[in-house]
Design a protein around this ligand. Sequence first.
Ligand SMILES: *Cc1c(COP(=O)(O)O)cnc(C)c1O
Length: 361
Amino acid sequence: MHKKLFIPGPIEVSQDVLEKMATPMIGHRTKDMSALQQSISEKLQKVMMTNNTIVLSTSSGSGLMEGAVRSFTKTRAAVFSIGAFGKRWHKMCTSNGIAADLFESELGQPTTPEMIEAALSTGKYDLITITQNETSTGIHNPMDKLAEVYKKYPDVIVCVDAVSSMAGDYIPVDELGIDVCITSTQKCLGLPPGMAIASVSEKAIKKAETVENRGLYFDYLELVKFVKEKPYQYPSTPSESHMFALDYQLDKILAEGVENRYKKHCKLAKIAQDWARENCALYSNPENLSVTVTCVTNTTGIPTSDLIKAMGEKGYLMSNGYGPLKDKTFRIAHMGDLTEEELNTYLSDLKDTIAELQAKA
Ligand SMILES: *Cc1c(COP(=O)(O)O)cnc(C)c1O
């Protein structure tokens, strides 16, 4: 039996999108392939609200995150972390020999404008990374407030992890002055895992030209060169299956409307948050709650692993907490093409399951 996914990626993919993955392959150096990649790029520019160059990578999002710090850091990176994924970005720096400092917020709390000001005013950093939406704690950062600070330092390259929020949350890339904004296919975009996407500013491209040892597969200059000069191709052989499905799914997202999709995610988030307040408790700072994933403190008295097992028997894959929060919390993903009705059914089944287990305990 297929368990319906309520984990924060991969998420349920609709049948019509899955069918697009089965499109017959074409030559990856053909005009048709360039046309496909151009079509995807132009649609992504609309979704990401940017005029910057779009690069694709046949990898998960982590590939382009690692590539970003390698391609654009010359002196030192300041990594602002609000949980597991920020820490991972720091590890990507140090394991590639890139000088980096980690600025961590308490779990469940955002990065603050003061933290960014304190780091950038030292003049030590030429790149910063920010997690727009932290999937482990279910919060999103106040990007407009952070942007007010980093925009005062125009030489700094701003890299943003929007893996679990692009096409769900409201992220106007150009307005926010984001140089490199990264996402993956398997979260709010509603596709299978296996492709990563980034927007890259001209400022970042110029910067990369001065950076040595950018690697090869995830070298942004190489990715950008193939988009600009070939044009619209990929340096090696991309996952064509993802590209067929992505082009199709982007049409659906644009028909829905980026703004409407954001509003839908807000509505789903409110349903999940209200459920959490009523039946358990919210883990994170209530002022910064994510619109794509909710982290719930497990106050039920039933171990999270038992809840997951019982929900599994009802046909769902429920998500535990992440890392240190594995048992203390559980998470409800509400991203992609999920409907209000599906979420309500899930939450009502979860409520019943908790009551059943509590009655047995
Ligand atoms: C899922 C996730 C990642 C990792 O992305 P992959 O596509 O699995 O490599 C990074 N950051 C955040 C915030 C995520 O939710």
